[in-house]
Ligand binder design. Structure first.
Ligand SMILES: [Zn+2]
Length: 331
């Protein structure tokens, strides 16, 4: 007789994970008794239970679908509803749940048949086909939570730089958490930075970086510049802080059909969302980005998914025209 479980957490990823568990019940030797969430969301197509209804169900385990909120949910369920901590587990403890060979995650090394969907289905990211924004059906690794963008960054760091070989001095803005761990293991002089407290090791304003000239072998700066009003100053600071032999690993969400769009009078969050795709973006980059960076005095090398051998990348499920630029000092 299989273990009787209730699945908890029906957010965007939770629903997808629940569907996989339900589909594989027999193989996994479990019996799904029900779905539970604080909100009675029905986007899975069946009723969900509220947490207070759990006491009338005879289950062996509650399987929680959110890695990010796992500890919070566990504490909440045990404090408010007297559920014993040992009766709760994270979905990834269900062995063989995601086993398969269709996809491969180069960050956690997992082979799986399932990558989870993510991103918004409407708005300007969809209308203008923005690379690196909007909805992707096979985006997130269910084991480590990395996105297609992070897997592409990992690929570029492995194949185009010596970041993963170690012993570099590195500054990483708005760090991708899964990649942060890997870089830290190899490089003792590695610093993460963000303008918002709590998101990285240090608080750092990209338009006024606190480090001296010529400090870093690498500065990694992905999906940051679209948030920065004073782009010229930020590029100047990035350039100032890399060594003469150093590189900036750079990307932004981009529209390949139009030039960069920026209107300084657009300041309301709702207007920014409408025009740039996100409430805290200040422009929408376009095909002229590379020329802009050349004009700022960089040596520019473009590395694009669609320049690579397709067979090597198919399993990583990347965005077809995702691009990372490697910027150096013009000496
Ligand atoms: Zn992974």
């Amino acid at each position: 007789m299989g273990k009787k479980i209730v699945i908890y957490g029906m957010g965007q990823h939770g629903v997808q994970i629940a569907n996989v568990i339900i589909e594989r019940q027999k193989e996994l030797d479990i019996d799904v008794l029900g779905l539970c969430d604080k909100k009675n969301q029905n986007n899975i197509g069946r009723n969900t239970l509220f947490p207070h209804e759990l006491e009338r169900i005879d289950y062996d385990f509650i399987v929680i679908t959110s890695k990010k909120w796992y500890t919070d949910i566990k504490n909440d369920l045990s404090n408010k509803y007297n559920i014993k901590p040992e009766k709760m587990m994270l979905y990834s403890s269900l062995e063989h749940l995601f086993d398969g060979s269709q996809f491969y995650c180069n960050i956690c090394g997992s082979a799986t048949n399932i990558f989870l969907s993510a991103g918004m289905k409407d708005g300007i990211f969809k209308a203008k086909n923005i690379t690196g924004g909007g909805y992707r059906s096979k985006c997130v690794c269910p084991i480590c939570g990395s996105s297609d963008r992070s897997r592409w960054l990992e690929y570029v760091l492995e194949t185009e730089t010596n970041v993963m070989e170690g012993n570099n001095t590195i500054l990483h803005f708005a760090p991708e958490v899964e990649i942060e761990k890997k870089i830290k293991e190899k490089n003792a002089n590695y610093y993460t930075a963000d303008i918002v407290e709590g998101r990285a090791d240090t608080i750092e304003d990209i338009t006024c970086i606190s480090y001296e000239d010529n400090t870093f072998d690498y500065i990694i700066c992905n999906h940051v510049m679209e948030h920065i009003e004073n782009e010229a100053k930020a590029f100047h600071e990035l350039k100032r802080c890399i060594k003469n032999s150093g590189s900036i690993i750079f990307s932004v969400p981009i529209c390949w059909d139009e030039p960069t769009y920026e209107d300084k009078t657009i300041i309301l969050p709702a207007e920014r969302l409408k025009n740039y795709g996100q409430e805290d973006h200040v422009r929408l980059y376009g095909y002229d980005l590379e020329q802009k960076m050349i004009n700022y005095g960089f040596k520019v090398r473009k590395v694009a998914v669609n320049q690579q051998k397709y067979e090597e990348l198919e399993k990583l499920s990347l965005i077809f025209n995702d691009t990372i630029w490697i910027l150096g000092k013009e000496t």
